[in-house]
Design a protein around this ligand. Structure first.
Ligand code: MD3
Ligand code: FE
Length: 214
């Protein structure tokens, strides 16, 4: 029962590193506009489980919107302008996504953030993301903005080596995290999602990650 903690944190800011922070509840005012846009994107570019170069299936299902979308297959990870499942361009980035991402980045000290990629991850109970670095983007000076929706997740934030010790940070519905500068290349992951129910999203977590990829 994280509800009391989550509601107590709304409007606060947790510093995770020199240039990484969580803006608690920052996305809450946008949720009524975000959910129908996510539904629309997922109807045009369905959530799917991609495979890795190593042949493993990623437990988290994903889709994208914006000019570029993150994809994975037996040839590896990359950004692409087209959805490999349909051959179509990814759905356009809704204006409300851009507004939210750019306001959150500015609130964390990164002005003029103009993402061209939004990765939408869908977690079901048991789904996890093992420790990794995000390194498929062109310019590592650009920050990354992530929006959490639905049931809570325990985020793992490590150092610059996979073996560095990790902090555990709970991420709740409406939280927005911003990572840049010195913290941009730190290892991170998500622990296996616990089974819970969220009043708006049901038994799932949606994470939107905004990047300037190209
Ligand atoms: C810290 N997604 O899609 S978002 C990913 O909750 C990813 O779905 C997680 O990691 C999720 O690559 C975590 C938070 C995040 C994103 C990028 C980062 C944290 C980061 C880049 C550097 C450091
Ligand atoms: Fe990542």
């Amino acid at each position: 029962m994280f509800d009391l903690l989550a509601s107590t944190l709304i409007g606060t800011r947790d510093s995770l590193g020199e240039q990484a922070c969580v803006l608690r509840g920052f996305a809450l005012p946008y949720v009524p506009e975000l959910l129908p846009e996510i539904e629309h994107i997922a109807s045009a570019a369905p959530l799917r489980n991609m495979v890795t170069a190593g042949g493993h299936t990623i437990s988290v299902a994903l889709t994208n919107c914006g000019a570029l979308g993150w994809t994975s297959d037996r040839r590896g990870y990359r950004y692409a302008a087209h959805d490999p499942a349909t051959g179509l361009a990814w759905p356009a980035m809704p204006a409300v996504f851009l507004r939210l991402a750019s306001l959150a980045a500015a609130a964390a000290g990164f002005d003029n953030f103009q993402p061209d990629a939004c990765l939408i991850n869908r977690y079901l109970p048991g789904n996890r993301l093992s420790l990794h670095q995000d390194k498929n983007e062109k310019d590592f000076r650009e920050p990354i903005v992530s929006v959490s929706l639905g049931i809570p997740a325990m985020f793992l934030f490590g150092g610059h080596q996979r073996s560095d010790k990790t902090q555990r940070i709970p991420l709740f519905h409406g939280d927005v995290a911003v990572w840049g500068g010195a913290d941009r290349m730190r290892y991170h992951g998500v622990m296996p999602l616990k089974e819970e129910n969220h009043p708006l999203l049901g038994v799932r977590r949606i994470n939107m990650t905004f990047r300037k990829a190209g």
